[in-house]
Structures are given as structure tokens and as C-alpha cells.
Design a protein around this ligand. Structure first.
Ligand code: URA
Length: 457
């Protein structure tokens, strides 16, 4: 039976009374399993406008509370992937390995890992996003280099990878448009922090990006979406399982985001810090996380066992080939200056210092607040289409584990406007928590998951 309905002023045929969004919401509300057809019907209706946003929101809340099993999560991911374009990377020879981070504060790993992996002979065809909330985005960071173009045509993107082994671009085409609609609804219906919804959101975009294999960096801690290690491991396992069920080998590394990564937060400041790491310097935590993730990407790309890959990574830093690759990437995508040239970096008009209001060990940091303070200085957008100040951000002089004395400089604030200093400084001070005893050291690499195992470090 074909039913007709009046939707958004249009007459829409419903495919049958049992494939009805109200039945689907009811089923999930009561904790029942949805069929593949029901999930496809939901995503199709969401994209063609025959399902209303309030109905989609009700289903999201039912999923948030009742969950999805692995089969339902994989079906949702595939339906979201098929809602838009899928990139064909088959013209690029070799095994293409994609990397995705679930987002954090000071996370500039792509800027370091991309050139290392490309210098070691695994092609990097990376599509990245802009900042989201308190977390930064690779595209914003790259645009802090004068002239750097992040909107490549599909042809330029593929040609650059073929010729120099690496391209980093904003999305070309319309990848997983269903995710864009769902993400916006989740953001305003308190349904972001759901493991099956995050897993399907991340993996739908990764599957549409066309790589052969996927390496995921699942952030855990106060600056991440997943605050506990157990939840982060569950998210990692779910995404690895989607990869396996859809035929793309996927591994995940769970890394710390309790403390901001590295010392710099903000676009130009983060590019500068990434270059320091490529030069063989830079903060130890950033080096450790980047080198491990790059090694796992090389392993996935077939460059040998993990020991061999760690050695390849070390050598690419020592012999300067990773730094050289970053220079090639910047030149190819239009950067006016070499990325390590002081002139390439936008500098803030105003720099101010934050001093410690107390004495003691920094026992922990509320990383989300550090990200928000950086946003307030201009490094992030208030709204999706807002503008940002590439020179703005924070340099942390002291982080978790350091001993500080009252009056000591703990951070630098970079901005274009003096008026922003006072509130950002206050917020940053609130991010520091102290105690009289030194905190226990926390590992940076907390777990690894592939289809066969989960290793906790
Ligand atoms: N990143 C995504 O792409 N989606 C989410 O749901 C969360 C983080």
C-alpha cells in the first residue's frame, strides 16, 4: 500500500504503514533492534525532508538512551556514508591510510604525522575539518600560513598526492550530508556524547573519504568528548568493528587529552610547535603521541612491524625528510613563505602573561576550559560561519606535574584585542588545579585496539 503525506508543503509517498518513522521511534524507545531497512528509511527521510527534525530528534534521544548494537551502528554508518559523495582514490598508487582524531585541545598531530608518513612512503590523502567548539581544526591551522590554500579541487587533491605524496584539503564534494544534519541536531538536543552516534558520525566521513585503511586517535580525558578510559576504549572498539564490518581495516589508539597536547593552543602557534617537532625538538608529550600515531599508520600502510615503523619515524626526523616534506606540502598548496620562515607566521598584536595565584603542584588541568579561553582570545569561532584570528591563542609555560610558586608566569595570552585578556586570563586560571603532593604520572598512550585485541598500557 502506498500512503501519501503532506510534508513541508509537499505531497510525499510513504512506502507502507509499517515503514513509518513513528513506528521506528516507538521500537527504539522500547529498546528493540532496528532493521537495516528501518535505518535506511530514517536516513533517506532525513535527507529528503520527509522526516521532520523533531522526529529525528526523538529517535536520536531514544538511541542515546537505549543504544544501538554493532550491526545497527554499522548499518547507520553505511546509510550515512551513502547519503553523499564517496571519493575515489584508486588513481593514487599504494595503500592509502587515513587518520582521524576525535578532537582535543592543542591537537596538532596531523601537521606532524602527515609529513612523517608521506616522507616514509605511505601516501597521505587527508581531508580535514575546521574547529568544533573548544577543539581546533587542521584546516584553520594550515590557513594561518599566508597563502596556504585548503580548498583543492578533486583533481588537484589527487595530483598532489601522486606527485609529492601528500595533500591536506577541506572536504571536496558533499561527504556524509546526513551526518551534518544529525550533528547539528545532536548539538542542540544533548545527544552528542553517545558512543554509537559518535562512532557512526566519525566512520561515515572516513568511509566516504576513500582511504583503504583507517587509523583512529581516540582522545580521552577532560578535554575530550569521552571523559573516561573505559568509554574511550568502547568507542575505539565500536569504530574498529564498523571498519571490519565494512571491509576497511581499522585500528585505534587511545591517547591522553586530560592535559592539552604540547604547549601551544591556537592556529599559528600550533603550526610553529608542529614544525619544532619536525625539527627534532618540541615538547615531549607531543613528540610521543605523534611518533606513536605515525608508527601505527606506517604499520597499517604495510611498512613492517611496529618496531620497524618506529625506527622509520625516528629516521625521518633525524635525516630531515619529514620537515622537508612539510615544506613541499606548504609550497605546493600556495604558502608564500617556507613554513619555518618567521615571516610565514601571523603574530598577535597583544601578548600578555598569566601568573600563578598560588603555590603547589599542578595536579590536573581542565583542558576544555583552556580550549574555551583560547577561543575567547579569538582562536576559535563562536558560530559555524564566524571568523577567527589566526594569531590568537595560548602558550602554556606550566602544565600538570609542574611545581609553581605564587607570581610565577604560567601562560602567555596572544590576541588582537586587550579587552579580551581579562576574561580569558580568569578562565585560564580556573583551568589549573593544585595540590601539595605531586600527581601520579599518567601514560600518554593508554590503549590500542584492532579487530583481534585491545591492549591497555
Ligand atoms: N567528531 C565527529 O566527527 N563526530 C562526533 O560525533 C564527535 C566527534
Amino acid at each position: 500500500m502506498i500512503l501519501q503525506g503532506e510534508v513541508h508543503g509537499k505531497t510525499i509517498p510513504f512506502k507502507g504503514e509499517f515503514m513509518n518513522i513513528i513506528n521506528i521511534i516507538e521500537k527504539k524507545r522500547d529498546g528493540k533492534e532496528l532493521s537495516t531497512e528501518e535505518i535506511n528509511h530514517f536516513i533517506e527521510g532525513l535527507c529528503n525532508g520527509s522526516i521532520f527534525e523533531y522526529q529525528a530528534s526523538a529517535l536520536l534521544m531514544a538511541i542515546f538512551i537505549r543504544g544501538l548494537n554493532s550491526r545497527e551502528t554499522a548499518d547507520l554508518t553505511v546509510a550515512m556514508t551513502k547519503s553523499g559523495d564517496c571519493i575515489d582514490l584508486s588513481a593514487i598508487p599504494g595503500v592509502k591510510v587515513d587518520k582521524h582524531s576525535t578532537g582535543g585541545v592543542g591537537d596538532k598531530t596531523t601537521l606532524v604525522i602527515g609529513p612523517i608518513v608521506a616522507a616514509c612512503g605511505v601516501p597521505v590523502a587527508k581531508m580535514s575539518g575546521r574547529g568544533l567548539g573548544h577543539t581546533g581544526g587542521t584546516i584553520d591551522k594550515l590557513e594561518s600560513m599566508e597563502g596556504f590554500r585548503t580548498s583543492l579541487t578533486r583533481e588537484e587533491f589527487i595530483d598532489n598526492v601522486k606527485e609529492i605524496g601528500i595533500a591536506i584539503s577541506g572536504q571536496t564534494g558533499d561527504l556524509a550530508p546526513a551526518d551534518k544534519i544529525l550533528y547539528a541536531l545532536r548539538d542542540v538536543t544533548a545527544t552528542v556524547n553517545s558512543i554509537p552516534l559518535i562512532a557512526s558520525s566519525v566512520m561515515s566521513k572516513k568511509l566516504a573519504s576513500g582511504a583503504d585503511r583507517i587509523m583512529l586517535d581516540v582522545k580521552t580525558g577532560s578535554g575530550a568528548f569521552m571523559k573516561t578510559l573505559e568509554d574511550s576504549i568502547e568507542l575505539a572498539r565500536e569504530m574498529v568493528s564498523i571498519g571490519e564490518l565494512t571491509g576497511k581495516k581499522t585500528v585505534a589508539v587511545v591517547t591522553d587529552m586530560d592535559t592539552p597536547l604540547g604547549n601551544c593552543i591556537g592556529n599559528a602557534l600550533e603550526v610553529k610547535e608542529a614544525i619544532e617537532v619536525l625539527k627534532g625538538k618540541g615538547p615531549e608529550d607531543l613528540r610521543t603521541v605523534c611518533f606513536e600515531l605515525a608508527s601505527r599508520m606506517l604499520e597499517l600502510g604495510g611498512k613492517g612491524d611496529i618496531g620497524t615503523c618506529r625506527e622509520l619515524v625516528r629516521n625521518s626526523i633525524i635525516d630531515g625528510s619529514a620537515l622537508k616534506k612539510f615544506g613541499e606540502l606548504a609550497a605546493r598548496q600556495g604558502s608564500v613563505y617556507e613554513p619555518w620562515d618567521e615571516k610565514a607566521m601571523r603574530k598577535a598584536a597583544v601578548i600578555d602573561y598569566v601568573t600563578a595565584p598560588f603555590e603547589g603542584y599542578i595536579s590536573s588541568m581542565r583542558s576544555e576550559l583552556v580550549g574555551k579561553a583560547s577561543m575567547l582570545l579569538g582562536a576559535g569561532r563562536e558560530t559555524k560561519d564566524g571568523s577567527l584570528d589566526h594569531s590568537a591563542g595560548i602558550i602554556l609555560h606550566k602544565k600538570t606535574g609542574d611545581y609553581i610558586k605564587k607570581g610565577m608566569i604560567i601562560a602567555e595570552l596572544h590576541t588582537s584585542s586587550r579587552q579580551l585578556l581579562s576574561e580569558a586570563g580568569k578562565m585560564l586560571k580556573e583551568a589549573y588545579e593544585t595540590s601539595t603532593a605531586a600527581p601520579a604520572a599518567r601514560p600518554l598512550i593508554l590503549a590500542y585496539a584492532d579487530s583481534d585485541r585491545v591492549i591497555r598500557y
